[in-house]
Write a protein that binds this ligand. Structure first.
Ligand SMILES: *Cc1c(COP(=O)(O)O)cnc(C)c1O
Length: 237
């Protein structure tokens, strides 16, 4: 457990620093800091680290791998946590996602949305859904292409037991703030387009540890932050 306590040291300070960075970016953009929700991305980090970040007041946590997430949920069942699924979705994992998560950010196909809707237990509130959009063209495979977004959004919006909330994007990594701003502005424009189609959505899930300020400046309402809170991730085997 020595390794685990090494990870836990400094977590509260790092969370506070991320909160301060979000607040600074929000004020610079003339936005209220409270309009931006931080999702702490705990993939690859142990349940003890999640517990420590929760103790510092964090309630939203994001996971990318279903099996790993479920083990952590079981270990942390005594805590009030809102779990967000943010990873690629395989068809054979939709049932567990529908049963165990409150939010899914990475829906990019109707077939997956239909499975999630059919498998969402009736006793639970609707599953909160974001559609993942591919705004970096060839460089990434995940996400619906902008041309197909409106049709997908209309179909998903019609599914009971899901509630379509907005869009998620993972732009290609770049240090160039101009490119970061351009990509996030493009996602924002897609959300505005959907409003023109009669879909009034309220969520823009965009921004990670390295591009948080640009995302907040362009209208992010949820930022998904891993390394800036938990530290460097061990390489995924
Ligand atoms: C891992 C991950 C994050 C967090 O990335 P960091 O660079 O660690 O902040 C955010 N979103 C998704 C979809 C991820 O897979």
């Amino acid at each position: 457990m020595r390794e685990s306590s090494g990870i836990i040291e400094g977590l509260e300070e790092r969370l506070q620093a991320v909160r301060a960075e979000v607040a600074r970016a929000a004020r610079t953009a003339g936005r209220a800091p409270d309009d931006i929700r931080i999702v702490a991305v705990s993939k690859t980090f142990p349940a003890d680290a999640v517990r420590a970040v929760h103790a510092a007041g964090q309630r939203d946590f994001g996971e990318s791998y279903v099996q790993e997430a479920v083990a952590k949920m079981d270990a942390l069942a005594d805590l009030d946590i809102t779990w967000h699924f943010i990873g690629p979705i395989q068809s054979n994992k939709t049932r567990v996602i529908a049963e165990r998560f409150a939010w899914v950010h990475s829906v990019d196909r109707l077939k997956i949305a239909e499975r999630l809707a059919a498998q969402r237990p009736v006793a639970l509130p609707p599953l909160q859904v974001c559609l993942q959009v591919n705004i970096s063209g060839e460089t990434t495979k995940s996400g619906v292409v902008p041309d197909d977004l409106a049709a997908l959004a209309r179909s998903v919006d019609g599914l009971g037991s899901l509630r379509l909330r907005g869009l998620m994007a993972i732009p290609e990594p770049t240090d160039d703030p101009r490119v970061q701003h351009a990509r996030f502005a493009a996602v924002r424009a897609l959300l505005d387009d959907l409003a023109g189609h009669g879909l009034a959505l309220d969520t823009l899930s965009m921004g990670m540890s390295d591009d948080l300020p640009a995302a907040v400046a362009e209208g992010a309402t949820m930022v998904r932050i891993g390394r800036a809170i938990f530290g460097a991730r061990p390489p995924v085997p």
